[in-house]
Structure formats: C-alpha cells, structure tokens
Design a protein. Structure first.
Length: 163
C-alpha cells in the first residue's frame, strides 16, 4: 500500500489541497504578515503550560506567523531581547518571572519597549482593566475564541505596521 505524500502540499487522499492545518476545519481569514510585509510576523508566546503554548503555536503557525516559545518569564525576556519579535503574547501567571514582571522589564529596555504585548490569561475581568492600564496593547481571556484571538493579533500587527 502506497502512503499519500503530504509533504508536497498539493493534495490529500480525501480531495482538495492542503495548505494549512486548522482545528475542526477552521480556515483563517488572516495573513501572518510582519509590519514590514516582506516576511511572516514573528510572535513570541510566553506561557508555562505546555498545552497552552502548543495550542497558541498551532493557531498562529496555521495563520502564517513565525512563532517562538518561552516557558517562563525570564526566558521570554531573553528571547525578546535576542530576537525582537513583532508581537509578544504573555501569560500573566508564570514561574520565575510573572507576566507583569516580564512586561515591566520589556518596557524598561530600549531594545524591546516598542514591541506590542498582549496578555492572554484566565484571570478575572479586573485583570483586564489592570493590564490595559499598565500598558498592555491587548488582553484576551482564556478560554478564548480562535477568531477573537487571531483578529486581535492581526489588528495589533496592522497597527504596528501603520506606525
């Protein structure tokens, strides 16, 4: 029995073409372009839960973004300083350095202060207003809708492009 070639990206045994893999057949209306539009936007995900990082990674890569991952706040700050992503998605409750501390360090550093940061957390609505008052560019609560998350990411990157 010959196995289908899924690496070609041209077809699958069930008909149609394979261009991106989406959960439950979801197709993204967003393109993952960076502010300079010459290459995919790079998004850094900082979350201490493997499942959360994996879900975000699958959604964002599926939408055409280049994704980096950090398992804690200190790792996030180090990667951000080294790679300067276009957007950072930060869980507020992490070990070593929590999301609030990450945000403060990023905004205090000349090389990272202009990178938009989005809080993604399961905290209460009170945290939303606190995050926005602190200076986060956006806040998405867990559990989130795929469309809302991808729209927020696309809007943040579009606003960065227009600046």
């Amino acid at each position: 029995m010959k196995l289908p070639d899924f690496n070609s990206g041209s077809s699958n045994p069930y008909g149609g073409s394979i261009d991106r893999v989406w959960p439950l057949g979801y197709k993204s209306p967003h393109t993952g372009t960076a502010p300079d539009a010459s290459m995919p936007a790079t998004i850094l995900i900082a979350d201490d839960h493997d499942d959360n990082r994996e879900l975000l990674q699958l959604l964002l890569v599926g939408a055409g973004y280049d994704v980096r991952e950090a398992r804690d706040g200190s790792e996030c700050v180090a990667i951000a300083r080294d790679e300067r992503p276009d957007l950072i998605v930060i869980d507020l409750s992490m070990p070593v350095l929590d999301g609030w501390g990450v945000f403060q360090e990023l905004k205090a550093d000349q090389s990272t202060r202009t990178i938009p940061c989005m809080a993604v957390t399961a905290h209460a609505e009170l945290t939303r207003s606190q995050a926005m008052e602190t200076g986060f560019s956006a806040y998405v609560s867990k559990p989130f809708s795929i469309e809302a998350l991808l729209k927020t990411v696309a809007d943040l990157l579009a606003s960065q492009k227009s600046e």
